[in-house]
Each structure stands twice: as structure tokens, then as C-alpha cells.
Design a protein around this ligand. Structure first.
Ligand SMILES: [Zn+2]
Length: 190
């Protein structure tokens, strides 16, 4: 297994999409962001889903990955205008039926403490909202073929190409620039 710990990234415009993107570069590297329970816990907190989460166990990670794969499958189906698969629906709805993390009002403001399962249920409910909501026509896969992130394109005329300039846009632009330069040189040499 790859042991590098990459930071979690939130660029997709919706927590369910960012969650689906925690298996990165799905067509090539398939880099697992939930490599260990503490990485999953970090995601739950950094995503803003909860303020704190009781330490996940390896079985929680397995469950989260399974729900994530269902979410990705359902997002892909929606994006391509295909029917939802039964197993993916069952996996998502099963997680969404469990009690979800409940926000509490404190003197310092809102606070959500949760178990791993409650946090997962909260993410699953977010996915239900997204996939039944008005943003479905705006779902787009990143223009970097290696990336495989799906984001909500809220730009005018849906002209956004990348999940993020930092994560992909700049990389692709630099590669295009190098390719243009190379072909220009080839023309001069030829
Ligand atoms: Zn991307």
C-alpha cells in the first residue's frame, strides 16, 4: 500500500462529492484517502460534517468505503442519465437510515459530536439530498482524465473545466504549454 498521507481536499462544491472523491485517480492510481481510521476521522471533521468524532475502527473504515463506492456509482449514474443500481441504492439508503450526527446548540454556538456511524449517516443523507436535488444537471467530471473528481459546475454557461485550478487546472495548463512549446520546437527543427 502507498503510505504517503495526502491532505484531504474539498473542491467539489458538495460534501457527498468530496466524499466520493476520496478514492482518487480512479482510472489509474486508485489512491485511497481513507487508508486508516484516523484519516477517515480527519475527513469527517475537516469536511465540516461534525466537530468531533469518536475514533473509528477498521470496520468503520470498511463501511465508509463501501458507502462511498455506492455514492460514486449513483453520482455517475445521475451524471450519465442512467438508472440507479439496486445494490448502490441499498447501501446508501442503509447508511442514511441510521441515526445521523445531531447538531447541538451550546453557549459558544453550534456543536456536533458524533460516532463514526452517525457521521457516515450524515454524509449519506447529504448524498440523498444532492442526488434528488436541483444540482444534478450541474454535475461534471473534472477535465483532467486522471483526476476522476465530480464537481458542481456553477459557472455561467457551465464552462468550468477543472475540479480546481490548484489541483488540476494549473497542472493541465502547464502540460499543454509544454506540449505546445515542444511542437513549436519540432516545427522549427523540422
Ligand atoms: Zn481534477
Amino acid at each position: 500500500m502507498v503510505t504517503v498521507n495526502l491532505d484531504h481536499v474539498f473542491v467539489c462544491g458538495h460534501p457527498a462529492l468530496d466524499f466520493a472523491a476520496t478514492l482518487r485517480a480512479r482510472r489509474t492510481l486508485r489512491f485511497e484517502m481513507f487508508a486508516a481510521p484516523d484519516r477517515l476521522d480527519a475527513w469527517y471533521v475537516e469536511s465540516g460534517i461534525v466537530d468531533s468524532v469518536a475514533p473509528s475502527r477498521p470496520s468503520d473504515v470498511e463501511r465508509a468505503r463501501a458507502v462511498r463506492e455506492a455514492v460514486y456509482e449513483l453520482i455517475t449514474a445521475r451524471r450519465l442519465g442512467e438508472a440507479f443500481g439496486d445494490r448502490a441504492l441499498e447501501a446508501l439508503n442503509g447508511a442514511a437510515r441510521k441515526p445521523a450526527a445531531a447538531p447541538q446548540l451550546t453557549r459558544a454556538g453550534r456543536r456536533t459530536d458524533a460516532t463514526s456511524q452517525e457521521a457516515l449517516s450524515a454524509v449519506a443523507r447529504q448524498a440523498v439530498e444532492l442526488l434528488s436535488g436541483p444540482d444534478v444537471p450541474l454535475l461534471k467530471e473534472c477535465g483532467n482524465p486522471e483526476c476522476t473528481r465530480v464537481y458542481i459546475d456553477r459557472s455561467r454557461g457551465m464552462r468550468r473545466h477543472w475540479c480546481g485550478m490548484e489541483s488540476c487546472g494549473n497542472k493541465i495548463k502547464a502540460a499543454a504549454y509544454r506540449a505546445r512549446k515542444k511542437s513549436a520546437l519540432a516545427t522549427i527543427d523540422g
